[in-house]
Structure formats: C-alpha cells, structure tokens
Unconditional design. Structure first.
Length: 221
C-alpha cells in the first residue's frame, strides 16, 4: 500500500505537530477565526487554490466570522498523508493572513440509537435520513458529510414499549417527502400517522423508534 493510501491513526496525527487541527472520529477538523467575512472569503479562496494544486479537496464551512475545515481521504475512509500535507499548507495560509486558529471550539456530535439488533433498523434509518451505510454496518451517515451521523449501539435489553423522549425531524422539500417516506416504508418502517401531513408524517422502525418527515407546508418554517 502506498503511503498516500495508508490510514493514519489518532496517536500518529496527535504527534505530527498539527497544532491547529484535531482528529475527531477519523477526520481532521480545524476552525479559524477570520474576524470578518471578506477575510474569510479570501482564506477560503486560497484554500481552494491549494486544494486544486494538490488534487485533494477539503470540506469548508464559511460563515461570519469563522471558516471550518474538514479533511479526510474518502477513497480509503480515513486520514492519510495527503490530509496531513494539506492541513499544514492551510495552517501556513492562515498564518500569512493573520487568521487565528481556534481548535478548542471544535465539536463533533454523533447520535447513538440503542438497539438489540442493528440489522433490524439500519436500512430504515438510512432511508428516512437519506444516508448511506458505512463500514461494518453499525453506522449510517450523510454522503455529503454535513449532517450528524447515526450509529447503532448494540443493547440486548433495549426492547419493549418505552416512552420515546426525543426523535429525528427530517425536514425535506415538499417534492421529496413522499419519496423519502416510501423508501423508509420499503426498508421495514411503518407509518404511525399522516394526520398532520403535509406538515409532517410520523414513521417508526421495526423496534418502534419514531422519526418525522417534515416539510414547510402547513407550518411556519
């Protein structure tokens, strides 16, 4: 395996001197405080130039007054030397622009569902969220890399009737709602109620865990 394809684990990343960056859940993350939107645009543009030159492209979130960057080699499913090299270059660009790194502000949130049998519910959650199944099948995540992953915690005792205290609201354009509902039902889900459609439909997986497919129709947002 070439070095460019070798996945670098957390201890190696930690010891690589990337002070601006943090390895979280198999991805390199950085936040840079730009101070103003114009500087953020300039910074993002220079990152884009470096990425094109390297033929290796990060995910960027530009807002006022920060730029968040995520680096991972999607072809091998982890951090490689390509990510390390581009991370160093991005940090150099930030230093030239006097952009301030803020690694302590980075947070990654995953949501875990306790379930006795992940195989029973995995396809439902991939369908209703519009996600893909990843790795060993114990996680589904957003193909675009923007939304929170959902992983399945094997819990043999997570059975029986319980009062569900929180759930996913999956908000989609009205023209996409029926397709999302049909996919979830085909993946083993059930329709709990369409009483409130088209504002939202309530669905459940095989274990009774609920999610709502929502649109802007019949509601204010």
């Amino acid at each position: 395996m070439s070095d460019a394809k070798r996945i670098i684990d957390y201890p190696e990343v930690r010891d690589s001197g990337l002070d601006d960056w943090r390895w979280l859940v198999g991805v390199l993350h950085a936040r840079f405080r730009t101070g103003d939107f114009a500087t953020g645009l300039e910074f993002a543009g220079l990152i884009g130039e470096a990425a094109e030159k390297a033929d290796h492209h990060p995910d960027l979130d530009l807002s006022y007054p920060t730029v968040d960057v995520r680096l991972v080699s999607h072809d091998v499913g982890g951090v490689t030397s390509r990510d390390i090299a581009l991370a160093r270059e991005i940090s150099d660009i930030a230093a030239r622009l006097d952009v301030v790194p803020a690694p302590s502000e980075i947070t990654v949130i995953e949501i875990a569902l306790d379930t006795p049998h992940p195989d029973d519910v995995r396809e439902f959650w991939a369908a209703v969220l519009g996600y893909r199944v990843r790795g060993d099948g114990n996680q589904v995540d957003d193909p675009g890399g923007r939304e929170r992953a959902l992983w399945f915690q094997p819990s043999p005792d997570a059975v029986g009737e319980v009062q569900q205290r929180f759930h996913y609201d999956v908000i989609v354009p009205i023209e996409a709602a029926q397709q999302r509902i049909d996919a979830a039902l085909a993946a083993g889900g059930t329709l709990v109620t369409d009483e409130y459609a088209p504002a939202f439909w309530v669905l459940a997986d095989r274990h009774g865990n609920k999610a709502c497919v929502c649109t802007s129709e019949g509601r204010n947002g």
